[in-house]
Design a binder for this molecule. Sequence first.
Ligand code: SF4
Ligand code: SF4
Length: 376
Amino acid sequence: MNLFKEAYTARIEQLGKEREAGRRVVGTFCLFVPDEIVFASGADRVILCGGRSNTISVAEEYLPRNICPLIKSSFGAIVNGSCSGDLACPHFGMVDAIVAEATCDGKKKMYELLHEYIPTYVMDLPQMPDSRTSIGYFESELRRFGRFMEGLTGRTITEEALAREIRSGNETRRMLHRLYEMRRLDPPPIRGSDVIKMLQKQYFLSPDVFRNGLREVCDEVEKKTASGEKCGPRLMISGCPMPAGNMKVPQIIEDMGACIVVEESCTGTRSFWDLVDEQKDPWTALAERYLKIPCSCMTPNQGRIDSIIELAERFDVDGVVYYTLQSCHGYNIERYRVGKALKEANIPMLAIETDYSDADVEQIRIRVEAFLEMLS
Ligand code: SF4
Ligand code: SF4
């Protein structure tokens, strides 16, 4: 775990040196932007999603109050940075462009404003993944994105480079599967909050450093398996992403003695569950894999419901905490269908809708406590 902590500072230094040497760096906000294309073009990338509350008041000078805290936190950090404020996002100063994506409405509109501060490229996304034309359309969008990256770096994306990056991405995904397999044990040999913190760094660190750290953690965790007392109720967290700085709910859950054994989240299984097919044409394979991400911006989104039930059974959970951010309509509305499916599968669910402030910590604690009592 120490490796991950130290890697953060080293990464900032590395990016500074890379940029001095002429390497281009892009900032991203979403799982739908394939790392493989960024790296195959010779660029680097860092994730810019905000998880802190102290930049939200700045954002509210530009954005409506009733949009999700993730959008406000990210935008506030960036805008404040450009005004030389001390709340600036340290990563933002290191990027040449933003690669955005047409997912939820709040993000799409925020990107339009962001473009006034930094060149912001928006990748379109078919939002009906099951339709006959969606894969072909997404593949053409990925190729357009590839051309944007080539323009930025001046380097052609070859099929070989893309295939190499696909293999590298899959290697990381396989290793995350290895880690998550161990979490099926009772007691799980690693805390859920430690895994979430690690996954928050997945798109910030370089793939090699992330993977080496992950390998070390897997080796360490493997030695500890199958020992110790059984833990409290085994829980899954499902819902909105939890970017760095936002650990409120997992921490409350674990402080009360429950174990988080899996996260159906972009800081969890959605980031790695499906591999890219290494046998197919790389562009098609990427389009197919990335369109499987069951984000709530998709409709209909049966894939997400199926995946939640499958994960709940696979990780033998006693209950699900459905975690959403205020004003995130996609995940908040989908709560109904998830709750219904879980009820049919006889798995209890607690819904928590919150923001990045500490104002509701006590209230969440009381609700989690009551939920855990009901499960035990
Ligand atoms: S929740 Fe959806 S929009 Fe947000 S990061 Fe995940 S895939 Fe992207
Ligand atoms: S999908 Fe939800 S959590 Fe993610 S940016 Fe949009 S509103 Fe916020």
